[in-house]
Design a protein around this ligand. Structure first.
Ligand code: IVH
Length: 682
């Protein structure tokens, strides 16, 4: 074979450096420099050169990350400095920080007159601990923690992790051991599971298992196919390096060497500083792109760390402070169903009560039959339950190893051929994921949900008509349709349990007040399938009157922004139903009125199509007012920040949404900025 000429050698070196630079930008600086496709093109070019000229291959080439040969077994690695664990503060309140600070101060012989101790507060990543050994800047070995004294050589798998540099930047010392955590981001985890599912392979229960499992495989090709990430949080052995004076300095130095260190770290003063960090991260937790199970506090000064030393296998200078677990193990006792407003039947797991995500959970959703099949969840299984933030608790999956005996698979249509509430048939369309009760408004469950929706704050806004009351009214057959609400009298109400005269009067006043509404609210209140609040408002604006809307065909409906064929069909079907038209007429007869007007000429204001998120308290206007004003100019207000968000309007005490906006580089404006935007469009 022809030896490589000078320009090929240079090109290969350039490609190696360029790919390493992109990896660094992506994983360390969190600021991607090229689209994936361009990265892949450079990568393939380097691969092609190296395959024609094998002598140009380098151990630290990005192409050397692809999985090597499977091992027969892992070689043991004796850690030159033991990999310790850290003590965990068991209380999940922020007072755990005080206990730690008090211990440190006592050990250091400090009294109240001494200044606060300086700490570093970090996140506690939920993955697999790893020791990376660099010699003269090159990654030479990666080992798991094992029992702390001896781990396993997992260099082959770890080399495939793009977040881990194969070569350090700058002038690293001759020996540098970096310690940190290999983990998997949630979005990567979801995408991985979607791929596994599509390929008919098993899905993973959580990112931690998917990450740890990949590294512990003898075949590095498995890790190469899993999207893994890495954060450094400390050191092992070092040689020929005059260490920085502080732990924070160490983390900065690691960043300079090109090692990813999480940006959520800070120097905190005393227990107060630690508690503030604990509280702030608790707020941020659900918005982070990866799972954490707590925070970690470390004494910042390395000299003080040495002075404090260790008890058994735990340093006295560090502590983990946990948050309530978001996942827990419990027994699935039974599967029942809930009937929604449109008849959708949702299977719900009845659980042995378990404390998770800060509350005791007894029910968790299983979504639908496909999800039950995919997860292979069976009644009697031990299951993992997840409750993150305010979302509805869900069953992540069974722990199949703990399954005892022959548990039958669960089949929703077999177990519930008829609606448990009204006895109507339950059907599932050929291309539908959900099963539905066919009872329509005959079904009390659907009726209750429909009434609650009708009376809801964003619909007719009948204050005081909540679920307890709706249950009573429907169960006593006093209210069957929304029209009955407007026929309620004081007598019927006063006879209900727990309903005093005063509350009955208040409710009647609220019902009366709701008679005057807007067309958009009224359309939303009707509960047409797939017509949400924003669509209802668009329809009102476009058609100007209910008659015009009810006569529109699918083609005309689709001229409304965001109305596609499915929504258009739902609207046409709704108005084709004589029963629905009757209810509308009866509501009119009962005195329900809305403003009607000429079909609006859509203002193409400067905010048309712009997506806003509001967070925090604005000094001069309420959130609802801001929303109305943005929408009046054609903008849209949504609840959560994503790449599609154009502006985040942040007021005082803005929380995780602001952080998310900063992370995604979304434009952030304050009230003044919003007013400027609004002014431009008028
Ligand atoms: S420091 C001597 N910092 O938690 C201190 N550990 O028991 C050694 N972990 O499995 C650990 N995030 O992998 C430290 N910011 C962090 C951490 C962290 C996660 C893990 C670590 C180990 C366990 C400690």
């Amino acid at each position: 074979m022809m030896p490589a000429d000078h320009s090929t050698i240079e090109r290969a070196a350039w490609l190696r450096a360029e790919l390493a630079r992109h990896d660094h930008a992506y994983y360390v600086l969190d600021a991607p420099t090229v689209p994936d496709a361009e990265y892949d093109r450079l990568f393939r070019e380097l691969e092609a050169i190296e395959s024609t000229h094998p002598e140009l291959r380098r151990a630290d080439s990005p192409t050397a990350r692809v999985g090597g040969k499977p091992l027969a077994q892992f070689a043991p690695v004796r850690h030159r400095i033991p990999m310790l664990s850290i003590r965990t503060e068991t209380d999940t309140e922020s007072s755990g920080a005080q206990a730690f600070d008090a211990r440190v101060r006592r050990e250091l012989g400090l009294d109240e007159t001494d200044p606060p101790v300086e700490y570093v507060a970090e996140l506690k990543f939920d993955g697999l601990a790893i020791n990376l050994r660099y010699e003269h800047g090159a990654l030479v070995q990666a080992a798991t923690r094992g029992d702390g004294e001896t781990g396993e050589d997992v260099s082959g798998s770890v080399r495939t992790v793009r977040a881990i540099p194969l070569r350090l930047l700058g002038s690293p010392p001759p020996v540098l051991e970096v310690r940190g955590e290999i983990y998997m981001r949630r979005d990567d985890f979801d995408a991985l599971n979607a791929r596994q599912l599509a390929a008919g392979d098993k899905v993973f229960v959580n990112p931690r298992n998917a990450a740890a499992g990949a590294i512990r495989q003898l075949d590095p090709n498995i890790a190469a196919r899993r999207p893994l990430s890495f954060f450094a949080y400390g050191l092992g052995e070092t040689e020929g390096w005059s260490l920085p004076a502080t732990h924070f300095g160490v983390l900065d130095a690691l960043t300079d060497f090109g090692v990813p260190v999480c940006k959520h770290r800070e120097v905190a003063l005393g227990a107060d500083g630690l508690m503030a960090f604990h509280g702030r991260i608790a707020e941020l937790r659900d918005a982070l792109p990866f799972d954490i199970d707590g925070v970690v506090y470390k004494v910042n000064s390395l000299a003080l760390q040495r002075q404090l030393g260790f008890v058994t296998r735990e340093p006295r200078w560090a502590v983990a402070h946990k948050y309530p677990a978001q996942e827990a193990l419990t027994l699935l006792r039974d599967i029942e169903v809930q009937v929604g407003r449109t008849g959708a039947i949702t299977p719900v797991g009845r659980l042995e009560p378990v404390f998770v995500g800060g509350v005791t959970v007894t029910n968790a959703t299983l979504h639908n039959q496909d999800e039950i099949d995919r997860k292979d969840v069976r009644i009697g299984d031990w299951v993992i339950v997840r409750r993150a933030g305010d979302v509805i608790p869900e069953i992540v999956g069974p722990v199949v190893e703990r399954r005892t005996g022959d548990l039958p698979r669960f089949n929703l249509l077999e177990r519930f051929p008829t609606c448990p509430v009204c006895g109507s048939h339950v059907v599932r369309g050929a291309d539908e994921a959900v099963a539905r009760c066919t009872g329509g408004l005959y079904c009390p469950a659907q009726r209750k949900q429909a009434l609650l929706h009708f009376a809801g704050r964003r619909a007719m806004d009948i204050e005081g008509l909540g679920d307890k009351l709706v249950d009573q009214l429907v169960d006593a057959a006093i209210v069957k349709t929304p029209v009955d609400i407007y026929r309620l009298g004081i007598l019927a109400l006063a006879n209900l349990e727990r309903m005093g005269d005063k509350s009955a009067q208040n409710l009647l006043a609220a019902i009366d007040k709701s008679r005057n509404t807007t067309l958009g609210r009224f359309i939303f209140a009707l509960g047409i399938r797939n017509v949400g609040e924003a669509t209802a408002r668009d329809l009102a604006r476009h058609f100007g009157s209910l008659d015009a809307l009810s006569e529109a065909d699918e083609t005309r409906l689709q001229q409304v922004p965001d109305v596609g064929p499915i929504v258009a069909r739902c609207i046409v079907e709704f108005f084709a139903e004589a029963h629905n038209r009757e209810i509308i007429e009866q509501l009119r007869a009962a005195g329900v009125r809305w403003e009607e007007g000429e079909p609006a000429v859509m203002p193409a204001g400067a905010l048309a199509g712009k997506v806003f998120v509001l967070t925090g308290t604005l000094p001069g206007m309420s959130r609802d007012e801001a929303k109305v004003r943005i929408e009046a100019q054609g903008g849209k207000v949504v609840g959560s920040v994503s790449k599609k968000t154009d502006y985040v309007v942040a007021g005082a005490e803005a929380g995780s949404k602001l952080v998310k906006a900063q992370e995604l580089g979304v434009d952030i404006v304050d009230e003044q900025g919003l007013l400027t935007l609004l002014a431009q469009s008028t």
